[in-house]
Design a protein around this ligand. Sequence first.
Ligand SMILES: *[C@@H]1O[C@H](CO)[C@@H](O)[C@H](O)[C@H]1NC(C)=O
Ligand SMILES: *[C@@H]1O[C@H](CO)[C@@H](O)[C@H](O)[C@H]1NC(C)=O
Ligand SMILES: *[C@@H]1O[C@H](CO)[C@@H](O)[C@H](O)[C@H]1NC(C)=O
Length: 124
Amino acid sequence: MMWSLLFMSLISLMLIPENRTWLDSLIYCRDHNMDLAYIHDNETQVWAELELQNSTSPFVWLGLHYTCTLGFWFWVGGHPLQYKNWDPNEKGANECDMSVAINKDNQYWYSKPDNETFNFMCII
Ligand SMILES: *[C@@H]1O[C@H](CO)[C@@H](O)[C@H](O)[C@H]1NC(C)=O
Ligand SMILES: *[C@@H]1O[C@H](CO)[C@@H](O)[C@H](O)[C@H]1NC(C)=O
Ligand SMILES: *[C@@H]1O[C@H](CO)[C@@H](O)[C@H](O)[C@H]1NC(C)=O
């Protein structure tokens, strides 16, 4: 309890307005002692929506990736996937080499091929 309160007060999201593939985005964040963003509740989603306003791409990568080998979605930081904000019409296509990007226009999550290049968000 104490730990989660402390943790939540320390996190912050940062938009990186450069277009990179999903993997290059992850590497960029980790090279800068951050991680690719995870969204675990409404408040973080709202924060992400604020950061999105300055993106230069129509989608922005998050750290949610589909593992084809194991067959599930996971946050790269190891956080459980509880809060979700998929486009209601999409619900996350379960396919290999897909990761999640948030749409600048409607703020829903979409699965996108890893090799597409978008802005991304790091989390501190
Ligand atoms: C969080 O999102 C859910 C689903 O959209 C909504 O029902 C709930 O009211 C939201 N809570 C807050 C605190 O915004
Ligand atoms: C977006 O960019 C403007 C202009 O540089 C800046 O004032 C604003 O704080 C930025 N918004 C966010 C959420 O970073
Ligand atoms: C991504 O990879 C797929 C499969 O190799 C390829 O068909 C597609 O053109 C690639 N897209 C980009 C944006 O590189």
